[in-house]
Design a protein around this ligand. Structure first.
Ligand code: GSH
Length: 342
């Protein structure tokens, strides 16, 4: 295998593919993307098969199909020097990881919800996503693939927890997140300061779809958050930025706008993550929670319990001073509930 650049497959409609490509461009890590939703012929298949999939050499020298953007970002931190996306201060690195997971695991609910709920969004997504399947195709084939994609994705709304009960909570949350980001971007270039952290790329990944592709959430972003729309387009390629060590956000001057965003994490993501972990521990397939004062019900999701486990592991690994700094930033946001008893 050519080791001079990283090989992956993915498509532009996948927020996690976009997240990883933007990280690689910013970090000036050479890559080759094979544009496919299905995989690369002759290459191993990841279990489960997700986008993006990277093809990396394992300890035994064999090529392995590797997925999952969050641990991949950390793996590339260890493998490639400079232009890090993990803040140097361990306390800020924890806040970064929390916001990253909020984008990956909560904001994606909004992305999937809007895309596969409203007729205009379903229509656009079906037809354009079909075009990202390999090869030129005539109208009948495009329409046929669009139908297959929509019929496959709409029933999967239940995995992200979008249903008639939760839809209004997801939509109100999306608007408040847009407003919090818009306010933050009035004064700051990135969430993590004057240089981007992994949470900036995670937020960007979901927003490539929400703010710039799917018609219903894009209209909301255009109306309420023009800075967010502009920021998402800029995040795409930050290869020319020259980040400095002193450009990370400091916790003692933590912006109110970031605290507002963390309060949304506490309001939206925390109750679902906790209820999901409890349901799985009790062997229950259904999660019941109260989110933003409203009842919430969805299927349990083992992967999200793993994400919560990673965050708790990182918090436990903090020394006394960074832990106190994290506690202070999270006080009153509802996020400390995730860390009770650790
Ligand atoms: N936790 C994974 C999530 C990746 C993921 O869910 N990717 C979606 C596309 S954006 C996917 O492949 N879904 C299954 C499918 O489309 O078959 C990550 O961070 O990379």
């Amino acid at each position: 295998m050519d080791k001079s650049s990283l090989l992956l497959h993915g498509v532009p409609g996948s927020p996690y593919t976009r997240k990883m490509l933007a990280v690689l461009r910013y970090r000036r890590i050479a890559y080759r993307i094979y544009p496919s939703a299905m995989g690369i012929p002759g290459m191993p298949v990841a279990k489960p098969p997700l986008l993006p999939t990277f093809y990396l050499e394992g300890a035994d020298g064999e090529v392995q199909a590797v997925t999952d953007s969050t641990p991949l970002i950390r793996r590339f931190e260890a493998a490639y020097e400079r232009r890090s996306v993990v803040p140097a201060d361990p306390a800020l690195a924890f806040i970064d990881a929390l916001l990253e997971d909020f984008a990956d695991e909560w904001l994606t609910k909004a992305m999937f919800h809007y895309r596969w709920t409203y007729a205009a969004d379903i229509d656009k997504a079906g037809r354009v996503l079909a075009g990202w399947h390999e090869g030129p195709k005539d109208d009948a084939t495009l329409g046929h693939i669009a139908k297959i994609i929509a019929e496959r994705q709409i029933p999967r709304l239940r995995y992200v927890g979008s249903n008639p009960m939760t839809g209004p909570v997801i939509e109100a949350g999306y608007l408040r997140v847009l407003q919090a980001l818009e306010e933050h971007l009035r004064h700051h270039a990135f969430l993590m300061g004057a240089r981007p952290g992994s949470c900036d790329f995670a937020m960007y990944g979901q927003l490539t779809q929400l703010a710039l592709f799917d018609p219903t959430p894009t209209a909301l972003a255009t109306a309420h958050a023009p800075r967010v729309c502009a920021w998402v387009a800029l995040m795409d390629d930050l290869s020319g930025l020259e980040p400095q060590a002193d450009q990370w956000q400091t916790l003692d001057a933590f912006p109110a706008s970031l605290r507002t965003l963390l309060a949304e994490v506490g309001r939206l993501y925390v109750p679902v993550m906790l209820a999901n972990a409890q349901a799985l521990a009790a062997g229950q397939g259904e999660v019941h929670a109260v989110v933003d004062g409203q009842p919430w019900v969805q299927q349990s999701f083992a992967y999200q319990a793993k994400c919560l486990g990673w965050l708790r592991r990182d918090y436990r690994a903090l020394g006394p001073a960074p832990r106190a700094a994290v506690d202070q930033v999270l006080a009153g946001t509802g996020c400390q509930e995730l860390l009770v008893g650790l």
